[in-house]
Ligand binder design. Sequence first.
Ligand SMILES: C[S@@+](CC[C@H](N)C(=O)[O-])C[C@H]1O[C@@H](n2cnc3c(N)ncnc32)[C@H](O)[C@@H]1O
Length: 241
Amino acid sequence: MSATPDPSRFDDEVSRKQGSRISRMFDRIAPTYDLLNHLLSANIDVRWRRKAAADLKFTGEERLLDLCCGTGDLAMAMKDAGAGTVVATDFSPEMVRHARQKAGDRIDFQVADTTDLPFADASFDVATVGFGVRNLEDLDAGFREAQRVLKPGGRLMILEFSRPPNAAFRGLYHTYFMIVLPMIGNLVSGGADNAYTYLPRSVMAFPGPEALADRLRAAGFAHVDIESLTYGIACIHTATK
Ligand SMILES: C[S@@+](CC[C@H](N)C(=O)[O-])C[C@H]1O[C@@H](n2cnc3c(N)ncnc32)[C@H](O)[C@@H]1O
């Protein structure tokens, strides 16, 4: 018998221990996740990830951790923008499997829960999260872990959906987001757990940009900055440990 551990078995064990209804939902939508992301956002998501990465102005020396990495698009954007070493984690083994297939060994993908990270204190220069914090069952625990694994002076960048502030635009956007998007999303993903009904609900239930900034400050981050993207459909928060 081989002494080499089977990585997929390890991934499943981590997921079983730390997993939840949410990780199983993401496991099920993993095969259609990229297609739907690009389709439902008319590819704007690609521009947002590139912008978030460019804003970080990498020197090539950074050790970066991408949390809730999904199929790896934000981690790959970070690498393409010049980040040094990129480690990326997600608690859905299926998402991680797809990410590994896409990115190969340019990025170290691992199955891990953002609220209980397997890394030493002060071991990263930058932490990033793309469309992930909204899904955390315990947001403050996620922020505490990001804070713990960052070096003093380390930077956190969060790219997340938001609610557009302009009332007229918000009306139009809500019709698309609450009605059209769930219909297409649930159809294409085979209706897995009604994940695309969960998506708009989770955005509506999530704290607005200012409230999120307050939560970051409460978790010990300083210099919290908010940048609005595409009429406020999404926001970039940056903060420093
Ligand atoms: C909407 S996807 C975003 C994926 C990717 N970052 C992107 O930019 O497309 C959210 C991801 O967060 C992951 N996630 C949610 N809660 C998590 C947790 N506690 N620990 C690790 N991953 C988590 C899900 O498995 C899912 O892959």
